[in-house]
Write a protein that binds this ligand. Structure first.
Ligand code: 5GP
Length: 184
């Protein structure tokens, strides 16, 4: 796949930022690093639905170590503190004493993840790390322990590989930038 506009690019997008091959290669590297760092631990990969599910599915198959998966879902509090969320689907398993890595599709300001991490930290995992595929680090407001980072990306709204615009485009196999006029 080229990094130029291709025939399969939806009209809301202007270019492919990361093609499927580059993502797959980086996912393999991240998986190998996680396996090396956490061999022999009670490893849990957790994601916050829905965007991170696709990354988690690929990442976990690149980790050559014993691990468990778990999922949570949150929704933001209207009128609450910045980043404050309420859990709409909690983890199924207790994480006390486990080596937990929160797997995210993208970190922007970091407010949401910061809030999620504080909730998880209260459950006393042995360690708590973050693995994000994409990092808009120039927009970060809060300091976060990003242990594994796929790609640093510019301050553009992106879709694909789990990321949506109005619920669509999560199934694109690549990450593309969205035209400014398509963002309402
Ligand atoms: P944060 O709290 O870090 O500012 O952002 C949290 C959420 O905003 C992300 O998990 C993601 O759902 C959404 N988000 C931030 N940037 C983008 C983007 O470029 N594209 C899409 N589709 N969602 C984004």
């Amino acid at each position: 796949m080229s990094s130029e506009r291709g025939p399969d690019l939806p009209p809301v997008a202007d270019r492919v930022l990361l093609d499927a091959g580059s993502i797959a290669e980086r996912v393999r590297e991240l998986g190998a690093a996680i396996a090396e760092d956490h061999a022999g631990e009670d490893l849990r990969l957790i994601t916050v639905l829905r965007g991170g599910a696709m990354f988690l599915a690929d990442l976990c198959r690149a980790v050559d170590a014993s691990l468990q998966l778990d999922y949570m879902a949150v929704s933001s509090y209207v009128g609450g503190a910045p980043g404050a969320v309420r859990i709409t689907k909690d983890l199924d398993d207790d994480i006390e004493g486990a080596a937990v890595i929160v797997v995210e599709d993208i970190i922007d300001t970091g407010l949401t993840l910061n809030y999620v991490l504080s909730m998880l930290r209260a459950r006393k995992p042995a360690s708590l790390g973050v693995c994000t595929l994409l990092d808009k680090d120039v927009r970060r407001i809060v300091d976060l322990p990003v242990t594994y980072r796929g790609f640093s990306i510019p301050d553009r709204f992106v879709i694909g590989y789990g990321l949506d615009l109005g619920g669509l485009y999560r199934n694109l196999p690549y990450v593309a930038t969205v035209r400014d006029e398509a963002i309402v």
